[in-house]
Design a protein around this ligand. Structure first.
Ligand code: AMP
Ligand code: GLY
Length: 425
């Protein structure tokens, strides 16, 4: 079987690694991939096609007789890559453009959750600066959370602690137009207290299977300080998501979401990422994503013991509840190494050295993100450069091994958080 993975991050490197464990796989193509997928060799090769070049991706899939395509990031989903592949009769894992609105339109997601009585913060939608400003001036309580409705690469959310900050945010969104059309509609919602965790499902639109819950570390600085990033590390399972909380998430969020999307005419297929705030055991939805998370994928896929490809095939062809979907015992942790300056401007092209003994750490794997191979050298080529994942009998064990791996990797200006998972220990 030939598989095409669309994307270039550590998430897609982890997907390539996970599908390779299936004996059925002959070739794995990653478009465009990164230095890590370039170095996997054997069955894996990079394809120089960008994630939003839908025509070229589809042509490639037919020429190379790709049996199954997996979409990593949200941009191609928002452009309708799944609709295109399906219309051409090709198997693809992901939601259609209409269903992906759970991520690509926060207004759609909030209105949908309201229609389906899915627990989430109270909100209002604004389409002009004047209306939003009038609302904030009359608003009695802060913090308020201001969100651009469209895709903003994780940067379109401001948790405004004061009226002043909130007014600055809507000015940025509506007047300075820092996110362009993505902020033509803005959601202002109430602040949820509690702790964050994420739950991931794979679904065929009706049946679903759950991966382990995970916790991301979004801020650049230790102690959850500083700017938001794509994610600086993660671990799974999240102790916060007890079996009781998971049962509530299934009953109050996942089932009504799948049933509601199907009833409204947009059955949701592929991966569903549910970002949650949990307070005293009660879950509330912070966001939906129409894909797996990065860096969460680097912990949830290594914990999947059964065959990933069988589950993906069943999510497209049916019978998802009949395939094995078993998890390893223990925990996984991943620590991200980023370029100096990230999440602001950063330099690229720094040579990366990876001590080969990293491969000897039992259960550890290096997943690349912003790396590229140039001749015999490996160079930095992005903000988040790579992540080291490790499995362990306990979270402590997994974290120790991940940090042991980090200690064996060097490049000029490398940054990483030393407190990944610390709160859960
Ligand atoms: P989002 O892109 O919607 O996940 O928002 C990014 C981050 O902002 C989340 O991971 C939370 O840390 C925070 N956030 C978003 N919405 C809320 C909310 N209603 N209450 C508290 N924090 C929030
Ligand atoms: N790590 C957060 C995300 O993938 O959206």
């Amino acid at each position: 079987m030939n598989i095409l993975i669309i994307g270039s991050g550590a998430r897609e490197h982890a997907m390539a690694w996970a599908v390779l464990r299936s004996e059925k796989v002959l070739k794995v193509f990653v478009a465009p991939g990164n230095g890590g997928t370039a170095m996997m060799g054997g069955k894996v090769s990079n394809v120089p096609i960008g994630t939003t070049e839908l025509d070229a991706l589809l042509d490639f899939a037919s020429k190379e007789s790709v049996d199954l395509t997996i979409v990593g990031p949200e941009q191609p989903l928002g452009l309708g890559v799944v609709n295109r592949f399906r219309d051409a009769g090709r198997r693809v894992v992901g939601p259609t453009q209409e269903a992906a609105r759970l991520e690509t339109s926060k207004v759609f997601a909030k209105d949908f959750m309201k229609r389906q009585a899915i627990p989430s913060a109270e909100y209002r939608v604004f389409r002009s600066h004047a209306e939003a400003k009038a609302y904030l001036e009359s608003c009695g309580s802060f913090p308020q959370v201001i969100k651009a409705s469209g895709l903003c690469a994780g940067k379109g959310v401001v948790v405004a602690m004061s009226r002043q900050e909130a007014l600055e945010a809507i000015h940025e969104f509506f007047e300075a137009r820092v996110f362009g059309d993505a902020a033509d509609e803005v959601v202002i919602e109430g602040f949820l207290h509690g702790q964050e965790a994420s739950v991931f499902a794979l679904t065929d639109g009706h049946e679903y299977r759950l991966f382990q819950s995970a916790q991301d570390h979004k801020r650049i600085g230790e102690g959850d300080t500083g700017k938001n990033t794509g994610g600086m590390g993660a671990y799974a399972p999240a102790p916060l998501v007890t079996p009781e909380v998971m049962r509530k998430v299934e009953e109050q969020v996942i089932r009504p979401t799948l049933a509601g999307m199907a009833a409204e005419g947009y059955p949701y297929t592929g991966f569903l990422y549910v970002g949650l705030m949990i307070e005293r055991g009660e879950p509330s939805v912070v966001e939906f994503n129409a894909r797996l998370g990065d860096p969460e994928t680097q912990v949830v896929l290594p914990l999947l013991k059964s065959d990933f490809v069988d589950a993906l095939m069943a999510s497209v062809d049916g019978g998802l509840n009949d395939v094995p979907f078993e998890m390893h015992d223990g925990s996984a942790a991943t620590v991200v190494m980023a370029s100096a300056g990230y999440p602001d401007a950063y330099q690229s092209g720094k040579e990366i050295s990876i001590d080969p003994t990293v491969a000897l750490i039992d259960g550890a794997t290096v997943f690349h993100a912003g790396t590229k191979r140039e001749g015999s050298k490996l160079l930095t080529a992005g903000g988040r450069v790579l992540s080291v994942t490790a499995l362990g009998g306990s979270l402590k064990d997994a974290l120790d091994k991940a940090y042991e791996g980090i200690g064996k990797i060097h490049f000029e200006g490398a940054c990483f958080r030393r407190d990944i998972g610390a709160k859960a220990l």
